[in-house]
Structures are given as C-alpha cells and as structure tokens.
Design a protein. Structure first.
Ligand SMILES: NC(=O)c1ccc[n+]([C@@H]2O[C@H](COP(=O)([O-])OP(=O)(O)OC[C@H]3O[C@@H](n4cnc5c(N)ncnc54)[C@H](OP(=O)(O)O)[C@@H]3O)[C@@H](O)[C@H]2O)c1
Length: 326
C-alpha cells in the first residue's frame, strides 16, 4: 500500500511517502480502503515528538493519521457487522495508520455511513470529530436544551464540529470566536454559528453576554478570559491547546467565586473507558452531517503532500480542514 511515514520526530520534512505491505485485519478488526484521511493538529504534535515519552504512543517510523473514511476492504475473524464494499468512517484510535491507502481498525471504532448521504471527504473531516463533540457536550459539559454555547477557535478542525452538534442538542444560541485575521473566512463559513466574534477583542466583543457552556480547544489567554464569560453554573470545557501555550494556568479562586465548573475532555482517554457512548454519538454525528450541520471548509491534497498539510497547520494557514487523498 501507499503510505506516508514519520521517519523520525522533527519538522514536516520527516513525512516521507513509502510503499508498505498491505496490512491484514486480525480478529475483530476491519481493513478499509482509505479514500480520505483528515489531517489534525494532534498529528502535528505527535510528529514533533511532543508526546514521545507518553506510554503507548507511536515511535518512528510510524504512519500518522487517525481520521479516515473509505470502504470496507476485508473483515477479520468474528466481524459480522460490516460487509466488503460498505462505506465507513473511523473514530480515532491510537493516532496512527491513517495516511495510507489501507487502514486497519478495531470494529468498535468503525461507523457505517452507508445509509446516509455523506460525501466521504466530509465523513473523514467531520464525522469522527462530531462523534467526539457529541460525547463532550453530553457527558462532560452536560449541555441542556435552551442553553447557550461559546466555541473558541471556531473554524478549527475539532471546534467546527461543535456548533452543529450543539444545535442538534437544542442549544439556544451558539457563538464562535476567531482571531482578527480569521474574521474574513469566518464571515463566509457555512457552520451554524449565530455569530462569530473577534477573540483578540475579548471581552468587549461580546458586550457583556455570558454563556452556559464554553468549549476551549485553544488555551492561553482566551482560557483565562473565559472564566468571566460564564453564566452562573456555567461549564468551561477544556479540549485542547492549539495556542501552544503549555505553561498557562488559570486562577482557581475565580471558579468558586463564579459558581462555575472547569472540566477537561480528551476523547483518547474517555472513549475507550466508555465505549457505550459511541453508538448514540455516531448516530447523532451522521444525522448532523447528512442534514448540513457539519460543513467545515475542506481542502483536498494528494497523500504525497502530507508535509505541506502539516506545514500549513503549523503556519496557521488552514481555514478548516485539509484532507489527504491516497
Ligand atoms: N480533546 C479531544 O478529544 C481532542 C480532539 C481533537 C483535537 N483536540 C485538540 O484540539 C486542539 C485543536 O486541534 P485541531 O485539530 O482542531 O486544530 P486546528 O484545526 O489547527 O484548529 C485550531 C484552532 O485554534 C485557533 N488558534 C490557534 N492558536 C490560537 C490563539 N493563540 N488564539 C486564538 N485562536 C487560536 C486556530 O486559529 P488560527 O488558524 O487563526 O491560528 C484554529 O482555528 C489541539 O490541541 C488538539 O490536540 C482534542
């Protein structure tokens, strides 16, 4: 099969196109002919070696990528839910294997898209993140119908799954924040935000508006500012650190002063511990995708241009998602 390997930790140039033997599915596994593989910031962090000392995470040489869509190529022993040729998307596993023409996944993480009218590029770009967004909003942020939601880094890969799922769950108002430079692309977005405001001009840009739930994949300054943007009993859900501000801390006293909750959600740890959350979240995500609630801007690139995709993410020149085509 065709694949891209991280040959060693380093800059995007370590991503190398290679030929590897076609992998076969083991018991309980599904082999997928990949048509689309999305590129996320986590792929960049892993390639940089940011998590190199964490147990169980990939060491070079490895094939990066964790969000794919395609068709079932073969099934392993004991797999009865999928048939060869069926259209599927895959929920992220251990962060490897996606940038390839064949992908192996445990069957529990494979979601059939067959009954839904979903472009496979969108299935890779939005469905896995929307499954995670549904789990985050229902299990970690306890979003109730009628509540308001603020999403930071509103056009980003993970962030862009939240407005559609929040809308589906009955949120009353959904606002996104982007930096000043992103206000142009934000004006053209098809994501279902009621408003998108300038995060460089917080809190003034919100004119005193407060939110029941805030989703923060960005961290740094907007994380601290968010404490003052929560309504009483509001929940700030930390889901990432796209700002790269790893040393940032937030003042804990502000939480009890404000009767607020600050929680964290990491699908990589949560989903394996709570596999029962996948089927309802997958149904919600597929319905959201089919009904137009998930429409990030998608740019397709050939698999061989994975290094360009990583460099673009690092340079902040992506307005939505880059999806690789093997
Ligand atoms: N918790 C989970 O289960 C989970 C799942 C997926 C991803 N994540 C995490 O979520 C984060 C985002 O990942 P992604 O793949 O969505 O990345 P992405 O597509 O690059 O999106 C990041 C977004 O954050 C914005 N941003 C970056 N620095 C910023 C700053 N200093 N101030 C304001 N906005 C800023 C970016 O805007 P600009 O382009 O303008 O910089 C972009 O819109 C990562 O930390 C990733 O590890 C977590």
């Amino acid at each position: 099969m065709k694949a891209v390997e991280v040959t060693r930790f380093g800059d995007p140039s370590v991503l190398t196109l290679v030929d590897l033997p076609d992998p076969l599915p083991g018991p309980g596994q599904v082999a997928i002919d990949v048509t689309h593989a999305a590129v996320g910031l986590i792929d960049v962090y892993l390639r940089q070696g940011l998590y190199k000392d964490q147990e169980g995470l990939a060491q070079p040489p490895y094939v990066p990528g964790l969000e794919v869509a395609g068709t079932v190529r073969a099934v392993g022993e004991g797999v009865t839910r999928f048939t060869v040729g069926e259209k599927v998307a895959v929920l992220p596993g251990n962060g490897t294997g996606g940038y390839a023409s064949v992908f192996i996944s445990d069957q529990d993480r494979v979601v059939s898209t067959e009954d839904y009218d979903i472009d496979p590029a969108l299935a890779a770009a939005a469905v896995p993140n929307a499954i995670m967004a549904h789990i985050a909003l229902t299990k970690a942020a306890d979003l109730a119908a009628g509540e308001s939601v603020l999403v930071h880094g509103a056009l980003g890969a993970f962030a862009s799954a939240f407005p559609g799922i929040a809308r589906q769950l009955g949120a009353s108002r959904i606002v996104g924040t982007v930096r000043t430079a992103r206000l142009g692309p934000a004006a053209a977005t098809r994501l279902p935000y009621d408003d998108i405001i300038d995060s460089d001009n917080l809190p003034d840009a919100l004119g005193g508006e407060k939110f029941d739930v805030i989703i923060d994949p960005v961290g740094g300054t907007v994380r601290t500012q968010s404490l003052d943007l929560l309504a009483p009993s509001g929940r700030l859900l930390l889901v990432g650190n796209a700002s790269g501000d790893w040393d940032h801390t937030i003042p804990s006293n502000a939480m009890w002063y404000g009767n607020t909750v600050v929680a964290g959600f990491n699908a990589g740890g949560y989903v394996p511990a709570h596999p029962e959350t996948i089927p309802p979240a997958a149904r919600a995500a597929l319905k959201a995708a089919a009904s137009g609630l998930l429409q990030p801007e998608i740019e397709l690139l050939p698999l061989a241009e994975a290094a360009t995709a990583h460099a673009r993410l690092e340079n902040h020149t992506v307005n939505g998602r880059i999806v690789l085509v093997p």
